[in-house]
Design a binder for this molecule. Structure first.
Ligand code: IPD
Length: 277
């Protein structure tokens, strides 16, 4: 199996680069934008085209595998993780950035077998940076081994988060309250770059100490979780429990202590699970 998943990963890398080049070209064209769950949950024609390209190519090569994709799920395909080999795909992570040509957009391809994440590939469409990791084999950025930050002191931490699609006043109060709690810890700083997957890659490289978010999806975490873990980091649920891919909640950090500290500061924002009926 190990050899087989390694071969799948080679295909994922080629696919992510190819899809990334399509996205790069699409950035220069006029975008057709519409919204999904809320007015700020955006989708473009390019998201759908790139997801179709990725899934149809992979399905042809691996007809017995299952596929979870951001846009197929939006169109009503079920989003359930089974024991079967499953590809978990975000064709354009950072769709709002893509719409504005803000240069933080990625293709993310994760792969799970028996509900365990086996590898992750994330391609930064603007600068061509490639993040890869396979369980037990380390994490890499353009082939260079990654290592998370060893900083244990929260007052010296740079924290990353993302906003999520809900913008009602009650949600925003909790969101801003969480940020206020961390800013007054005080951490060194808080950043929002508009792409969950690339933000999570910054935890793997050690550029930031911790990441937290409510409202992201399984395709935002799947690939990045392997990359962070293989770089020596920790990815857990905001309750402190083990990561639940479908729960729409995550804390990631260079160390378990840092992840648990951040998790303890957070008041939860509830989102419907990805695998709801
Ligand atoms: C979204 C982005 C955004 C984050 C959302 C994600 P998408 O992904 O990463 O920054 O706040 O939770 O779903 O929709 O652009 O693929």
């Amino acid at each position: 199996d190990d050899r087989c998943w390694a071969d799948c990963m080679d295909v994922a890398v080629r696919m992510a680069r190819r899809a990334g080049q399509v996205v790069q070209e699409a950035v220069k064209q006029e975008k057709r934008v519409s919204s999904k769950s809320t007015p700020t949950d955006l989708v473009t024609e390019a998201d759908q085209q790139v997801e179709d390209l990725i899934i149809s190519t992979l399905r042809e090569k691996f007809p017995s595998h299952r596929f979870i994709g951001e846009e197929s799920s939006a169109e009503g395909e079920e989003c359930i993780l089974t024991d079967s080999p499953t590809w978990i795909i975000d064709p354009i992570d950072g769709t709002c950035n893509f719409v504005h040509s803000f240069p933080m957009v990625a293709v993310s391809i994760g792969f799970a077998v028996k509900k365990e994440l086996e590898f992750g590939v994330i391609y930064h469409c603007f600068d061509g940076t490639l993040y890869t990791a396979r369980r037990g084999h380390g994490a890499f950025c353009n082939g260079v081994r990654l290592q998370v930050s060893k900083e244990k002191d929260i007052s010296k931490a740079l924290i990353l988060t993302e906003i999520g699609a809900k913008r009602d006043p009650a949600t925003l109060d909790i969101f801003l309250g969480n940020m206020k709690k961390l800013l007054s810890a005080p951490v060194h700083g808080v950043r929002i770059i508009g792409s969950s997957t690339l933000a999570l890659c910054h935890i793997a490289t050690g550029a930031a100490e911790a990441y937290y978010q409510f409202g992201l999806h399984c395709w935002d975490i799947a690939a990045a979780a392997v990359i962070i873990r293989e770089a020596g980091g920790c990815v857990i649920d905001t309750t402190g429990a083990p990561l639940d891919l479908m729960s729409r909640r995550v804390v990631a950090a260079g160390s378990r202590e840092m992840a648990e500290y951040v998790a303890r500061q957070l008041q939860p924002i509830s989102y419907e699970r990805d695998d709801h009926d």
